[in-house]
Design a protein around this ligand. Structure first.
Ligand code: NDP
Length: 413
């Protein structure tokens, strides 16, 4: 079993010795990968409120050329890149006369990440974000990481790349941003436990029978957060919390058994850190991604975010309950992949991407998502595909194999 990160990572500290990545005396050169998505538009919303703080370098999308062009025009970007090459003409047309460069294709997405910048918001969804985010790391800049797949699929390889290139990694996922703020460079020996909170999703109080019959429309109605479709389904299955435990394992200097999660339906407390002296420190904020995004953009300072102020008297009650892995088996499957280590989480992620799409396409039922992922993990183990990985290419090969195995399993549903 290999469940240790190959290179232990310490998140940047707020100490005076911390190397200032971003020169506060000039605007931050910012690239947003996945600019048209939920995280991308929230990031650019913050930019539009303090435009003097930012200089937008490159914006990317996959197929939404019209929106990408509109964002590039609004933020006076230097470069706009669309993943789908068939949309390049549309993008060029929409940018005509602006002087904004346009490009298309997967290598152009990598080039966008390599365009000199102080901070790259990595917000492409899925394993498609791996190559561009690795490219962002290679320029030694700040990587504000929303794309959780980099840590889930390629955790130790990605952390090694961050360290090798002297990049600065700041988490954007709200729970990890919360842990980052609460830990504040704490001595790893003093940490007893890191507990991530989960809203429980739309089916938190449903019976297993009702959950088994849940439709995509029901699963896409998240009670607290407004997010892209993939992560919304992951929140409904609780796979998202499993993916986040894997992320936390690579980000924070604690062993697997010191990581846990708890259901907190109000999504106000995002993470709790217990210390060996019995103190428990938590971070609270309204469920709005503009808070963790602002933390990552402005760190080590703070910038204003237009989020709803917390009114605890009005909220009155914050509740917590243990997750139910019988009704939400995806959490159990993800925890097993974390404990298995090596490329187990990469297989988990690839299989889950296939399974979520199959559910959204109505090819499988809601609980089949976890079952398909588990079957794929077992098949990958039998084939010896769960093994140590030394490079991004190793990870991408396992990702591809896991997708083939998932499609094979899917044909049996
Ligand atoms: P969305 O689906 O809303 O947006 C995804 C973005 O990536 C869009 O700009 C999309 O372009 C682009 N994209 C999609 N497929 C590809 C591809 N194959 N190649 C290149 N670009 C692509 O996702 P979210 O913003 O919700 O999530 C982004 C990442 O952040 C995910 O990894 C998610 O897990 C993570 N995250 C999100 C949170 C949230 O609140 N939304 C919270 C924490 C983490 P187009 O619009 O053209 O399709």
């Amino acid at each position: 079993m290999a469940v240790t990160a190959s290179v232990p990572y310490r998140l940047p500290e707020r100490s005076s010795e911390a190397r200032p990545r971003v020169d506060a005396s000039r605007p931050m050169r910012l690239t947003v990968l996945g600019a048209t998505g939920s995280i991308g538009t929230s990031t650019l919303d913050l930019v539009s409120r303090t435009p003097e703080r930012f200089e937008v370098v490159a914006l990317t999308a996959q197929s939404n050329a019209k929106e990408l062009a509109a964002l590039a025009r609004r933020h006076n970007a230097k470069l706009a890149v669309i993943g789908d090459e068939a949309r390049l003409d549309e993008l060029r047309e929409a940018l005509a006369g602006t002087g904004i460069r346009a490009a298309a294709g997967s290598s152009a997405l990598v080039d966008a990440a390599l365009e000199p910048a102080d901070c790259i918001m990595a917000a492409i969804v899925g394993a498609a974000g791996l190559k561009p985010t690795f490219a962002a790391a290679s320029q030694g800049a700040r990587v504000a990481l929303a794309n959780k797949e980099c840590l889930v699929s390629a955790g130790s390889v990605f952390i090694s790349a961050i360290q090798r290139f002297g990049a600065e990694l700041l988490p954007v996922d709200s729970e990890h941003s919360a842990a980052f703020q609460v830990l504040a460079g704490a001595d790893p020996q003093s940490i007893d436990q890191i507990v991530l909170t989960a809203s429980g999703g739309p089916f938190r109080s449903w019976t297993r029978e009702a959950i088994a019959a849940a439709t995509p429309e029901q699963a896409l109605k998240h009670p607290n957060w407004s997010m892209g479709a993939k992560i919304t389904i992951d929140s409904a299955t609780l796979m998202n919390k499993g993916l986040e435990l894997i992320e936390a394992f690579h980000l924070f200097p604690v062993s697997v058994h010191k990581l846990d999660c708890i259901v907190h339906p109000q999504s106000i407390v995002h993470c709790l850190v217990s210390y060996v002296d019995g103190s428990v420190l938590a971070q609270m904020a309204s469920p709005d991604m503009r808070t963790p995004i602002a933390v990552a953009l402005a760190w080590p300072d703070r910038m204003a975010a237009p989020t709803e102020k917390l009114d605890l008297a009005r909220l009155a009650t914050l509740t917590f309950e243990a997750p139910d892995e019988d009704r939400f088996p995806a959490l159990r499957v993800a925890k097993a992949a974390l404990r298995r280590g090596d490329t187990g989480p990469a297989v988990l992620n690839a299989a889950n991407e296939i399974a979520v799409k199959a559910f959204l396409d109505r090819r499988i039922k809601f609980l089949d998502i976890a079952a398909l992922v588990e079957e794929t993990l077992n098949a990958a183990e039998r084939q010896g595909a769960i093994c140590p990985a030394a490079s991004l290419d190793d990870i991408l090969a396992v990702d591809e194999l896991a997708r083939v195995l998932s499609y094979e399993k899917l044909s049996g549903y």
